[in-house]
Design a protein around this ligand. Structure first.
Ligand code: NAD
Length: 259
């Protein structure tokens, strides 16, 4: 069990972020649960508290610098420090043929996923430095890092590749401050992300790759669970991963190797 440490989780209202917040709280971290939807965050905070943990809801759009500054201020005023940052909030956005994708659709995916990750770290790294070190975990994807066959996912893949590049670049920049930076790259995980997905003309962009026994070898085709990813978040947050930094960890049941 961890004592007196604080973790920020963005996109904590559902899916991987919610599972990560619950798992980190069980491990002993006080949780800053950041997201856009107050009702989801209130539910999560109540769940953490009912299990004996500590959490505070922080309402902010990760792409808005003022809201993020305010949210991180609230977090550090409440808990006095910050040790772990899970930059998880993200959307699939629009998956469409490149000539069909509008500039607005492109910008929306880049804004939430990449600018959101930048702002999350821009506002929180000073607090990790002040704490004398910490762990940053960026939730990327197999898309853009190991898999390039999801139909029309160009903007999404670009953001996920960009997030891994950020993790590697910052691992070096922040190593001297004892801050580790790693990227988690999940394959298909059962969450609400499909609500943020708009796929158009996928037959035009689909690449004919097919695996006869289901495309996630270790589960016979079934998607992973948010809890599977949350266990990895806890490992990368804590001291057992003390020598790991600048590393992508694929968590996909082998899915990314097939496509
Ligand atoms: P999800 O939709 O359940 O969760 C995403 C959360 O982020 C939601 O709570 C949403 O409200 C929040 N969010 C979205 N935009 C936001 C913004 N601008 N500001 C603040 N919060 C915002 O989906 P998930 O699958 O849990 O996704 C989490 C991360 O995992 C994403 O970065 C996604 O790209 C990545 N991922 C998911 C899968 C998968 O199969 N589910 C696979 C690979 C990577």
């Amino acid at each position: 069990m961890v004592k007196g440490k604080v973790a920020l989780v963005t996109g904590a209202g559902s899916g991987i972020g919610k599972a990560a917040a619950i798992a980190l709280a069980k491990e002993g971290y006080a949780i800053g649960a950041l997201g856009r939807t107050a009702s989801e965050l209130d539910e999560l905070v109540a769940e953490v508290k009912s299990q004996g943990g500590t959490a505070k809801a922080l309402i902010a759009d990760v792409a808005d610098p003022y809201e993020m500054a305010h949210a991180i201020d609230q977090l550090t005023e409440t808990f006095s420090r910050l040790d772990v940052v899970v930059a998880n909030a993200g959307i699939n956005g629009v998956w469409a043929p490149i000539e069909d994708l509008t500039p607005e659709e492109w910008d929306n995916t880049i804004t939430v996923n990449l600018r959101g990750t930048y702002l999350t770290l821009n506002k929180s790294v000073p607090h990790l430095k002040a704490a004398g070190g910490g762990s940053i975990i960026i939730v990327s994807s197999i898309n853009g890092t190991r898999t390039f066959t999801s139909p029309g996912a160009t903007a999404y893949s670009a953001t996920k590749a960009g997030q891994l590049a950020m993790a590697q670049q910052l691992a070096l920049e922040l190593g001297q401050y004892k801050i580790r930076v790693n990227a988690i790259c999940p394959g298909a995980i059962e969450t609400k992300i499909d609500d943020n997905t708009d796929i158009r003309s996928s037959r035009e962009t689909a690449v004919p790759v097919e695996w006869p026994e289901g495309d996630i070898p270790i589960t016979g085709g079934k998607a992973g669970l948010s809890e599977d990813v949350a266990d990895l978040v806890v490992f990368l947050a804590g001291d057992k991963s003390r020598h790991i930094t600048g590393t992508p960890v694929w968590i996909d049941g082998g899915q990314g190797l097939l496509r």
